[in-house]
Design a protein around this ligand. Structure first.
Ligand code: CAA
Length: 263
């Protein structure tokens, strides 16, 4: 449990079905050090052992940043093909772990989301930006490229043209422009408050159905339309075999709210 595990770089809070993971190194604008990655991976594992947890918000500690990227001091101490590849793969693994969670995830972008920070937000299902958010992939200003999935996930999310613009210019995008290009789903005064509202809405929905939605979209992006439609039909069949489906449809016909059990 979290009581037994001392995190130094992140905080994890749970209230009922909602978990909030805060990357919390405000002095380095929450930059993702290697230790921070290890802790995020550990926290995600622990959260998934708890069947009560139905949704996860990822956010940043302090006033200024969501996450300002990979830890540049650590990167600066590395050199060579092997070290670079390993660092990229290690970060990609944690982003993949986050993307593959069976519960819906929301990035509450409360400030700078740059480089690895934007990649962390891209690994979530839904992104909410505060008015003060600044998003970008400035890696080329460091002689690098996004290495935690950004080149792939950004192009899939907003299209190759817009993704290339952001990655080649390294420019920072404000919340409203991010909204207009589909980089974030919502803009709100307080990103965390809005994220909590969205989480509460999702917690009322069928948890198995939501995990199947995520699986259908994720697997579909890796295949042809035909292949994706087959995946959809298979998962639709699985949904119909659940108690949640019986409860959801019965509740509608009885004109009451469904009480899903995740069975
Ligand atoms: N890594 C390590 N430390 C960082 C950091 C990072 N990514 N971002 C900020 N910090 C540190 C600063 O060094 C500074 O530390 P000190 O107080 O000890 O000097 C502290 O956080 C506060 O930052 P600033 O003084 O720079 O704050 P600012 O308001 O002037 O600027 C900022 C804010 C524009 C976000 C600026 O900090 C910045 O440009 N940060 C780096 C952003 C970046 O390039 N990220 C990409 C990293 S590469 C990457 O992510 C690789 C990958 O995909 C695999």
């Amino acid at each position: 449990s979290f009581d037994e595990f001392e995190f130094r770089n992140i905080q994890v809070d749970r209230h009922g079905g909602l978990a909030v993971l805060t990357v919390d190194r405000p002095k380095a604008l929450n930059a993702l050090s290697a230790d921070t990655f290890v802790e995020i991976a550990e926290a995600l594992d622990l959260l998934m052992e708890d069947p009560e947890v139905g949704t996860l918000i990822v956010t940043g500690g302090g006033e200024k940043a969501f996450v300002a990227g990979a830890d540049i001091s650590e990167l600066a101490a590395m050199e060579g093909v092997y070290a670079g590849r390993e660092a990229s793969l290690a970060g990609q693994d944690v982003m993949h772990q986050l993307t593959s969670l069976p519960i819906p995830t929301i990035a509450a972008i409360n400030g700078y989301a740059l480089g690895g920070g934007l990649e962390l937000a891209l690994a979530c299902d839904i992104r909410v930006a505060s008015g003060t958010a600044r998003l970008g992939l400035p890696e080329v200003t460091l002689g690098l490229l996004p290495g935690y999935g950004g080149t792939q996930r950004l192009a899939r999310l907003i299209g190759a043209g817009r993704a290339l613009d952001l990655m080649l210019t390294a420019r920072q995008v404000k919340a409203e422009e991010a909204l207009a290009m589909g980089l974030v789903n919502y803009v709100a005064d307080n990103a965390l408050t809005k994220a909590r509202e969205i989480a509460e809405t999702m917690l009322k929905n069928g948890p198995i159905a939501m995990s199947l939605v995520k699986e259908a979209v994720r697997r579909g992006l890796d295949t042809t339309l035909e292949g994706g439609l087959e995946i959809e039909a298979d998962l639709f069949g699985m949904a119909m075999s659940t108690q949640d489906f019986r409860e959801g449809t019965r509740a509608f016909l009885d004109k009451r709210r469904a009480e899903f059990k995740g069975e």
